[in-house]
Design a protein around this ligand. Structure first.
Ligand code: NAD
Length: 288
């Protein structure tokens, strides 16, 4: 979307990480911001930062897995802000660890937040966006949506789902004649926000600085590009997976350190002792 000045931008997971940085970038462009996070205090802090550059911004405490709350938010946004023109589905969680040693609740939460959160927000707000003269849907997926990610299988597969959903919605909008609603699917490798603390960046895939990927996302929105694949190796990944025999692709994944990158994942606030591939690990206070 070329010009977001005065338009309503809703970002989920805006209380920290790249969500907060994107909020600030949209604020600098003069957007009016609806900032959602399960951590209401953090969302309000982001809103205060945005207001600091002179735009209207409000933080909302909301869990993206809570559909009634999303529908209630839509009413508040319609009343106080008007129709959403840009929706950034950014909220996400990850729980690393061996599949069967990781508690079921963490696998389920990963899908609930990363997949159904994205679907629920899009389902709730897309009609309003279509009613706008110009609109843009940004879905934050991941490079892991193109590959297998050992010790992060439900995270990676949730991002495969986001890519499939995002690409389907993009094509549906085109097919339905809503060319004025653009869709961008964002697939970064590891970013230094703390979400993947402890991971080892694969060869030729440096851990991205948050501002670097945010600048790429903002540029893609402005240029109305359908994809952001960063860093460069991520652009090659779908091609390599398509042309290489599986055994060779597996060999390359091992050589480059993709298949072992999650072995020492700690995430936010996880004690270093959890950095064992044999232990169940997680960033939240969920029961084991
Ligand atoms: N950090 C990475 O290496 C990386 C790589 C690729 C993709 N991504 C994706 O980028 C997005 C942002 O990640 P980040 O690195 O900024 O992470 P982060 O953990 O710093 O920020 C995520 C934000 O989402 C919020 N959130 C989590 N669950 C929520 C819920 N149920 N409801 C509402 N808010 C919720 C958190 O409170 C937090 O503020 C995520 O979708 C993530 O999967 C991250």
């Amino acid at each position: 979307m070329k010009d977001v000045k005065g338009r309503v931008v809703l970002i989920t997971g805006a209380g920290g990480g790249i969500g907060r940085l994107m909020a600030l970038e949209f604020a600098k462009l003069g957007a009016r911001l609806v900032l959602v996070d399960k951590d209401g205090k953090a969302a309000e802090e982001s809103a205060a930062i945005a207001r600091g550059v002179g735009v209207e911004a409000r933080g909302f405490e909301l869990d993206v897995t809570d559909r009634p709350a999303i529908l209630a938010l839509r009413e508040v946004v319609r009343r106080d802000f008007g129709r959403v023109a840009v929706l950034v589905n950014n909220a996400g969680v990850v729980f690393g660890g061996p599949l069967t040693k990781t508690p079921w609740e963490r696998h389920k939460l990963t899908y609930d937040v990363n997949v159904f959160g994205v679907v629920a927000f899009t389902h709730a707000f897309l009609d309003d966006m279509i009613a706008e003269p110009q609109a843009h849907l940004v879905n934050i997926a991941s490079a892991s949506g193109f590959i297998g990610l050992p010790f992060g299988s439900t995270y990676a597969s949730s991002k495969w789902a986001v890519i499939g959903f995002s690409e389907s919605v993009r094509q549906e909008l085109l097919t339905d004649g809503h060319k004025h609603v653009k869709v961008t699917t964002v697939c970064p490798s590891y970013i230094a926000t703390g979400m993947f603390e402890g991971v080892k960046g694969p060869l030729l895939t440096p851990i991205l600085k948050p501002q670097v990927i945010v600048d790429k996302i903002m540029a893609a929105v402005k240029a109305e590009r359908a994809w952001v694949l960063e860093p460069f190796m991520v652009k090659l990944t779908p091609l390599l997976r398509g042309v290489l025999p599986t055994s060779l692709f597996d060999w390359a994944g091992k050589l480059f350190g993709v298949s072992t990158s999650m072995m020492h994942w700690r995430g936010h606030n996880e004690p270093a002792a959890a950095a064992k591939a044999t232990a169940s690990v997680g960033a939240s206070a969920l029961p084991n």
